[in-house]
Design a protein around this ligand. Structure first.
Ligand SMILES: Cc1ncc(COP(=O)(O)O)c(C=O)c1O
Length: 407
């Protein structure tokens, strides 16, 4: 399937919905005037019948694209089941058990899982498990990190002032997120751990919201090494990078290390905190939530997503198409507004000269039928569904080339 713009977006139906939203809903992080009606494969259809090639996968949340036959089967199966949503930490369900079992095949050995609603809550519960064991000490996070917006997670988020102004914080310390093994601050975490009692270190492996910056090998290895040396848990936040976008199940696998606790969400449809059994609080009721583990359709979709990624070799596809995209995008450096291309697999960042140019490029591409997202100060993030084909990669590249050359 290809992109196809019938009416310059936003068309009349989209404009009508956006007017209602402007009147009645908080204007949170809406990007462009796209009102989604349906989708197939890597294509999102708006309410005016325009079809957009999707290089966002809804920020990594739709790894199988749209209307995947396996997912439609699940929706049909539950269409007549009135217990599709239950109080999932209070009552057991098959979907909870089977997803936990399936996750166990792709997360580190000896890890258990706790299901929750969102990425921020997956982080929130990751830090709670660390505090439970370590006590209410400061936590360490990285400058430019994004870990979500609940108040606990927000303390350790540090990417944009707009997320944080006037919101109170837990005790915390910051370190630089190093993208270069030769960065003079590559060992800064050791000094911090030596001089302070710390509850945990939390980091992304690829900073998502912060601009698609990839951690250097040594930086992540140092976090692991010094966390071990000083007996502090390492939490890795895989909410955006997890479940295959980097060509591996988890971005940390590119570094040959494992976390003690990890957070995941988006592609999995629910939030999950996974933890080494050493961090299991043992006592019942330390963490819970009504809907955590209760969205039976979402858990069934999450489990199906893992099956399809395995069966259709989508990790390999992410690596292969990621290479094609990165090669095509690198040809843009210095020609238009693009000054850098970085990323792993299908998590690619394009750095623009200025924020204004970045926003112009995104809007022009939206009008032509290619969806991409902003990240950081002046980067574009590309995170297409894992099912993207070579033809679709070239279709998107052609639009990008034409647009970045000023057409
Ligand atoms: C790395 C990371 N952690 C946490 C979150 C928060 O997830 P949610 O928006 O589901 O609360 C995000 C969301 O973008 C994220 O990218």
């Amino acid at each position: 399937m290809k992109h196809h713009i019938k009416i310059p977006p936003p068309g009349p139906n989209a404009s009508h919905i956006i007017d209602i939203m402007k009147k009645h809903a908080y204007n949170s992080t809406f990007i462009y005037p796209l009102v989604i009606r349906n989708g197939h494969d890597c294509i999102i259809e708006d309410v005016d019948g325009n079809e957009f090639l999707d290089f966002t996968s809804c920020i990594g949340s739709c790894p199988l694209g749209y209307s995947h036959p396996g997912i439609l089967e699940i929706l049909e199966k539950y269409s007549k089941n009135g217990t599709h949503k239950i109080a999932g930490q209070d009552f057991y369900s098959e979907e909870h058990a089977y997803l936990a079992q399936k996750l166990a095949s792709i997360i580190p050995e000896n890890f258990k899982t706790f299901f929750i609603n969102s990425g921020a809550e997956a982080v929130e519960n990751a830090i709670k498990l660390a505090y439970r064991k370590m006590g209410p000490l400061p936590g360490v996070s990285c400058i430019n990190a994004f870990h979500g917006r609940t108040l606990g997670a927000l303390t350790f988020t540090c990417s944009k002032p707009v997320h944080k102004f006037n919101f109170p914080e837990l005790p915390s310390k910051r370190i630089k997120f190093c993208v270069d093994d030769n960065d003079p601050e590559i060992d800064a975490v050791e000094k911090l751990l030596k001089e302070n009692k710390i509850a945990f270190i939390i980091s992304e492996v690829i900073q998502g919201e912060g601009g698609y910056f990839v951690a250097s090998q040594q930086f992540i290895k140092n976090l692991r090494k010094y966390a071990d040396k000083y007996g502090v848990p390492l939490i890795l936040d895989e909410v955006q990078s997890g479940l295959g976008h980097t060509g591996k199940w988890w971005a940390f696998e590119h570094y040959g290390i494992k976390p003690d606790i990890m957070s995941m969400a988006k592609a999995l449809q629910i939030g999950v905190t996974a933890f080494d059994k050493r961090f299991d609080p043992q006592e019942q009721s330390v963490i819970s939530s009504t809907w955590g583990g209760g969205s039976r359709i979402d858990m069934a979709v999450g489990a199906k997503t893992i099956d399809v990624i395995k069966k259709d070799k989508l990790l390999e596809n992410a690596t292969k198409i990621g290479e094609i995209l990165k090669k095509g995008l690198s040809e843009l450096i210095g020609k238009g507004d693009i000054i850098d291309v970085r990323g792993i697999g299908l998590m690619i960042g394009l750095e623009c000269e200025t924020k204004t140019k970045r926003d112009e490029v995104l809007m022009k591409l939206f009008r032509k039928g290619l969806l991409m997202l902003s990240a950081g100060q002046k980067a574009i993030r590309i995170i297409p569904p894992l099912i993207i084909t070579e033809d679709q990669a070239h279709e998107g590249l052609a639009l990008l080339h034409e647009t970045c050359k000023g057409n």
